[in-house]
Design a protein around this ligand. Structure first.
Ligand code: SF4
Length: 398
């Protein structure tokens, strides 16, 4: 059942987007190209059904200088038009705070431009590269790290042939991540040309794709796309979900098709104030991801991008989030919390401190319940043989 079908009486009476699943023929609603062509973008598009706050109205009306606002009809249906604190709405509808730049905010917080030997290729780590193949997305996230470039029609476009030449010359590169923008917005044939060209380079061991398509536009994950992708194994995919509500039946089916095509799926989630910064919300998200065959992979501290301070939490909130998950739920459901080092330092894992004391002899640790335990270092133990079973008593109990 779609969440819309299970909503209570109040929810059923809510205004709906002008193009919704009930007034659109299924053959159009399920067509990813129709979804793209019918995206909402202007103040008028939203004002007709969302009770906009003065802050949202100001941002939408004065949006010339802001990052693009565009949402697919499918994703718009998840917005609560009567609740400005809706976690979906906060991710895609701008507010006036976006006009404010804080002292340490940056246009390019990860220093990608300075690590880019070829337009569209970022070489920051020794053995792998990021290929930004397009700057177009199905919808636009207000916290986007690359909003200096994504959806910017004046920006330099990726130079794929130059990037290929670079890959051929750099034999230390074994792993290529396609990202953007969203690579899955390419038509199948074009995406296949790109993947095949990269995989034809002998020292490239595998390709990864970073995408938010299963959340914004699951209709794009067609059987034909999956059949094409499965020809290029090993192929990994990082999807991007921030709240459990995004895991609709359509999204879960799309993830199932990708998993059935043999593609290992990991989720990258951004920790966002008022969106997913509570342990129960995050736990619900990771549980729904595991049910959809997706491993929660990274939880990102939101990058210090210009105009995003209102969406950032403290680092302490991130540490407490991991503390609230580790031991309290399935280990597979606990992502690695990372800060991407501003300026281009790469991902640095940040973890709660579980070490209470450390000596040459032993380490004292605490578990998720706060109980402490001592683990003795092997080299420092004495009389280890006293604990061994006798020859008549095999160690494995057989
Ligand atoms: S999908 Fe990714 S690249 Fe596109 S706007 Fe969102 S965060 Fe940015």
């Amino acid at each position: 059942m779609h969440p819309a079908a299970s909503r209570g009486q109040n929810a059923q009476n809510r205004p709906r987007p002008p193009k919704n699943r009930d007034n659109t023929p299924p053959e159009l609603w399920n067509d990813w190209r129709w979804q793209l062509q019918n995206r909402y973008s202007s103040f008028e598009d939203y004002a007709s059904w969302i009770q906009l706050t003065p802050s949202e109205a100001k941002a939408l009306k004065g949006s010339t200088g802001l990052f693009r606002t565009q949402v697919t009809p499918y994703f718009a249906e998840l917005i609560d038009p009567q609740n400005p604190r809706c976690a979906i709405r906060r991710q895609v509808i701008p507010v006036a705070s976006e006009f404010i730049d804080n002292a340490h905010d940056m246009a390019d917080p990860l220093g990608e431009d300075s690590h880019s030997p070829v337009p569209g290729l970022v070489h920051r780590y020794p053995d792998r590269v990021l290929m930004l193949v397009t700057n177009v997305c199905a919808a636009y996230c207000r916290y986007c790290t690359r909003k200096r470039w994504v959806a910017n029609e004046d920006a330099d476009m990726p130079q794929f042939q130059q990037a290929l030449e670079y890959l051929r010359k750099h034999k230390e590169i074994r792993d290529v991540l396609f990202s953007g923008g969203d690579p899955l917005l390419f038509p199948d044939a074009k995406l296949e040309r790109y993947i095949a060209a990269v995989r034809a380079i002998p020292h490239i061991e595998f390709v990864r794709i970073g995408t938010r398509i299963p959340a914004f536009l699951p209709q794009r994950v067609t059987p034909e796309l999956c059949a094409m992708l499965r020809k290029y194994h090993p192929l990994w995919m990082s999807v991007h979900f921030n709240v459990a509500k995004e895991l609709t039946p359509e999204a879960v089916s799309a993830l199932g098709r990708l998993a059935d095509a043999g593609i290992p799926l990991g989720c990258q989630t951004v920790l966002l104030k008022g969106v997913n910064d509570s342990v129960p919300r995050m736990k619900k998200l990771v549980h729904e991801l595991l049910k959809a065959r997706v491993r929660p992979y990274y939880l990102y501290q939101c990058d210090p991008v210009l105009g995003t301070a209102h969406l950032r939490t403290s680092v302490q909130a991130g540490i407490e989030m991991i503390e609230g998950l580790r031991g309290h739920t399935t280990g597979y459901g606990v992502p690695t919390y990372v800060i991407d080092g501003p300026g281009g330092g790469g991902k640095v894992p940040i973890s709660p401190d579980y070490v209470l004391a450390r000596t040459e002899e032993a380490i004292t640790i605490r578990n998720y319940e706060g109980k402490s335990f001592k683990y003795y270092e092997p080299a420092k133990r004495s009389k280890v043989t006293t604990a061994r079973p006798s020859k008549a008593e095999p160690a494995d109990g057989m």
